[in-house]
Design a protein around this ligand. Structure first.
Ligand code: ZN
Length: 237
């Protein structure tokens, strides 16, 4: 059997602990929900870490043993330390895949890797139709042309991101806005997928089509080859 794809789910884990109505949606935490469907895949192993753990859950040893990191954050974006940002950035540059979910767009991790403000328009309490506009993309395999998300936070353009490699999904919201909801980037050797759905107040990650997209994304983001961590990857001239 080939080597398993090693996924680490890194969750901020604040809302699910502090707010009973969100704990009711995700009793095991958002990370627990993500783990539960990912680990059903034969070729995927899953480890979960949270921001309240030592070193914010992130160490060099962990990243060296992670093929794809999934990151969900919202309330504590500014608390991510320079050292954590550095470790994740270097891992992505060396080839680790990164799947950033929902409000993680505005994390220090994503702003550092992509270099723009990552700002957008948002509004509480909307519904979304998630349209697939690139059905041949690996992340879209087995995904319907349109997914109805009955309860979702509105994220609207203009989304201040650099020009993506691929735009796979466009979200339409009942309030009239549209959004580039599933986009890819490459930084160094690392593949990055940003995926908008997943507001914590609704069970979006329990939707089988949303789960399919995230499973596809981790397989797509798996590194084909990985450089050693810096400073060893600095080539001499
Ligand atoms: Zn949200």
């Amino acid at each position: 059997m080939s080597k398993p794809l090693r996924v680490t789910v890194w969750n901020e884990f604040v809302h699910e602990r502090e707010l009973p109505e969100i704990r009711a949606v995700y009793p095991e935490g958002i990370h627990g929900c993500l783990r539960s469907f990912l680990e059903k895949e034969q070729d995927i192993t899953v480890r979960c870490v949270t921001l309240d753990m030592p070193n914010q859950g992130i160490t060099q040893e962990l990243l060296d043993n992670t093929d794809v990191l999934i990151w969900w954050s919202h309330a504590r974006q500014e608390d991510i330390t320079d050292e954590t940002v550095r470790l994740v950035r270097n891992a992505v540059h060396s080839g680790m895949g990164l799947v950033a979910l929902h409000s993680a767009h505005f994390s220090r991790i994503m702003r550092d890797l992509l270099g723009t403000t990552m700002t957008l328009h948002w509004r509480h309490g909307d519904r979304e139709k998630l349209w697939c506009i690139d059905p041949t993309h690996p992340i879209a395999q087995g995904v319907p042309a349109c997914i109805d998300i009955p309860e979702e936070e509105m994220y609207g353009e203009c989304f201040d991101i650099p020009r993506p490699d691929d735009i796979i999904f466009i979200g339409w919201f009942a309030g009239g806005q549209v959004f580039r909801s599933g986009v890819t980037f490459t930084r160094g050797r690392g593949k990055i997928f940003y995926f908008q759905p997943g507001h914590e107040e609704a069970p979006v990650y329990q939707h089988p089509d949303i789960q399919r997209i995230i499973i596809n994304a981790v397989r797509w983001a798996e590194p084909l080859c990985r450089l050693p961590a810096p400073p060893d990857n600095v080539e001499e001239h």
